[in-house]
Design a protein around this ligand. Structure first.
Ligand code: MG
Length: 270
């Protein structure tokens, strides 16, 4: 896994591609991590670059996040781009709409687990339960180390039966547990679906994807998109799961700025 900012040639090669579908995770990728999801803010400079890139004729921007679609749209606040919320279970964008069909029984079951967890986790300080409709997030960034064994035990006991019966899936992200429908749909499948939609509109061999993410759930997208463009892990080189890495959200902005500058120059030359 190479450090992307040390590979200017790779960046130039990217620009030669006719059309780039950029797919970004949000928390920890475009915006720095904060103690709670509500405190995460998209830096103004990044927002400006994203707006400019999305106005380019040969770029498309998509945000693929574990946040609910509604929350994600509010947090980013840019019109005319693709939003894939709830790990791709809800997608909305120009001429695009996808909503995964989950059964009312699943939703009722999820509400029950949410109620159960919120009562059992009352004694564990720092837990934040977020009900996102199709999925449930249990954030534990603020839970103290000494409370972690109890926290883990409660999560495991509250979900074990449903996991065993194939009624839910439990996955671990960065300082968060995600409870999801038991189907084969994740950020990787959603990213492939988005890439296919762009290829259908633009042309099969004219589109490449650039996927940037920092989370465990982004690894599904890194695997799915292998060979279809480039994949970039944010956070350093410790897990060799993508083609390249960047250190933090600030470096993501730097990389996007380089692309934008080069694309603007290209437009001037043409
Ligand atoms: Mg993230």
């Amino acid at each position: 896994m190479e450090y992307l900012l040390a590979c200017p040639d790779k960046i130039k090669e990217l620009l030669a591609a006719k059309f780039i579908l950029f797919l970004f995770d949000y928390d920890g990728t475009l915006a720095p991590i904060a103690p709670t999801p509500q405190e995460v803010v998209l830096p103004e400079e990044t927002k400006i670059i994203l707006r400019k890139l999305s106005a380019m004729p040969d770029c498309k921007i998509g945000i693929v996040s574990g946040r609910s679609l509604k929350d994600l749209k509010k947090a980013i606040g840019i019109q005319g781009i693709i939003y894939a919320g709830n790990h791709g279970f809800e997608i909305e964008g120009p001429k695009l709409k996808f909503e995964s069909q989950v059964s009312p029984q699943f939703k009722a079951g999820l509400r029950k687990i949410a109620r159960d967890l919120s009562s059992k986790l009352k004694g564990v300080e720092g837990v934040l339960i977020e009900d996102k409709g199709v999925t449930l997030s249990i954030h534990y960034r603020l839970v103290r180390g000494k409370d972690m064994p109890l926290f883990e035990k409660i999560i495991s006991e509250a979900t074990a039966f449903c996991v065993k019966n194939g009624k839910i899936k439990v996955e671990r992200g960065k300082k968060v547990y995600e409870i999801k429908p038991p189907v084969q749909w994740d950020k990787g499948k959603a990213a492939l679906w988005l890439l296919a939609s762009q290829k259908f509109a633009i042309g099969e061999d004219k589109v490449i994807s650039v996927y940037i993410g920092d989370d465990k759930t982004d690894e599904d997208a890194f695997r799915a998109l292998k060979g279809k463009g480039i994949t970039i892990l944010v956070g350093g080189a410790d897990r060799p799961v993508a083609d390249y890495y960047l250190k933090d959200a600030e470096e993501v902005a730097k990389f996007l700025h380089l692309i934008l500058e080069a694309k603007e120059n290209k437009l001037c030359v043409n």
